[in-house]
Ligand binder design. Sequence first.
Ligand code: KIV
Length: 271
Amino acid sequence: MSVHSEIKKITTETLRKMKFDKEKITMLTAYDFTTAKMVDAGGIDAILIGDSAANVMAGHETTLPITLDQMIYHTQCVVRGVDRALIVADLPFGSYQSNSEKALESAVRMMKEGGAHSVKIEGGKEIEESITKIINAGIPVMGHLGLTPQSIYQFGTYKVRAKEDEEAEKLMSDAKLLEELGCFALVLEKIPADLAKRVSESISIPTIGIGAGAGCDGQVLVYHDMVGMNKGFSPKFLRRYLDLYTEITGAVSSFVKDVKTGDFPNENESY
Ligand code: KIV
């Protein structure tokens, strides 16, 4: 028997059961093989190849520029490093909004070429047809409501969404619709904690929050933010578990000093 077959893999069904059992779900982003391996070994339930790769990997200001081909490449890298976690890949801006045929085509490419286990797409009622088509093709879909960064130029700001009644009501009705359409889970980004709690209690599929309080069924963070690689991004919801920016720049400075002074390499480090 191979080592791989002994590992109990996380599936969309596992996440549903976790909600039922009131066990919190954990998700982190990863965009490359080495990080995915560490995140998986740390016991995470789901790994998201987020289109936040546009920001943290490529240095873009928004998530809009990343292409489907680039997201497929990141997904392929992650898939090779993961034994246990459920792999969720973002469909990027422009790959599903125009029509449901294109949405299905993009999702199929992400599964077939990328090797993802599921896709995540942003939006509610307005992309109903696309979600239905993708799910009918047997592809699990994770929804994403609240602050949906692909719509940043419509919102105009990254502030908390759905503070007003009208937007909160639309979000609640979109959440119920996504459940009805067959989404297996739902990301709730940057919305008031009491609204996220009400949504989580109103639907049977798990909610995974980012900046949405403790009432969600799980939590997701961007890996680079969580390990403190990104000094310039400090939203209230972020908890940093490491200060890797300081650690890494310190290590680089030490290497520079050791080489310049002739301390590295020493005899033991030479052939
Ligand atoms: O792209 C991403 O990293 C995301 C998370 C913030 C949920 O969508």
